[in-house]
Design a protein around this ligand. Sequence first.
Ligand code: ZN
Length: 305
Amino acid sequence: MLGAIEAGGTKFVCAVGRAGSVVERAQFATGDRPEVVLAQVVEWLREREQQWGRLAALGVASFGPVELDDRSPKYGFITTTPKRGWAHTDVLGPLRRAFEGRPIGFDTDVNGAALGEGRYGAARGLEDFVYVTAGTGIGGGAVARGRLLHGLLHPEMGHIPMPMLDGDTFEGVCPYHGRCWEGLCSGPAIERRTGRAAEELAPDDPAWDLTARYMAHAFVTLTCVLSPRRILLGGSVRKGGRLGESAFFEAMRRHYRAALAGYIQAPELDAGRIAGFLVPPDLGDNAGVCGALALAEDAWGAQQA
Ligand code: ZN
């Protein structure tokens, strides 16, 4: 049995399971005192060990930014987050002490979700794809040749610069960049633009079409840089509020093909097949925790090797 922890900005979801199936799960409010929620997580997992036996490995998929360089003394830390109480928090340390000798995989929440969708969800069987989530913020994980893309830090796709569409004067909400992708298309951006939460926005509100066009531009950028075989869009914004998920995806696909302008030719991008290229995720609310399970599996596999 493996242990999984999805560390989110609002809640921590813990689970025990194996091979992508969650056997038991629980959640705790993230709050502003890391030591409290981390102690709750440790206690819950230890109780599960009474029932299921010693956990073979753990996986942690965390909100960030996080330190992923395992040579750094801050490996496993949440670093510069604006979230109150959480800047420079050692997330991995307390787990290592509580589950000594067990391998623990650690990555960002979106990288975890990408791994989970690749192994058990909408990107199963693909070696090259991107998973994006748009909700409170926007983040993305890229898988290339079957491996999660890391680097200097980890990708921060939500902060790519965006073009200014004709007639749009919205200044964006990103405190760092204003009009980056997250600044234009996150839930808070839609709310600031319209004065309404995305879930309550009328189907014919022009903000939907604008958001779909900006999303399409960002997907074109990702396509040009990473050449994914599929792009998954998760998170709450994808549901399209009262417009509905399928209409919102149709609009994004149409604008995506228009923005590509026929330059990149592949059968997967044809009008008849684009619905299989830009897709919602499969794992829904379990995406994060299944991703953490996949990280645990990989950590266990690496230890065996
Ligand atoms: Zn930004």
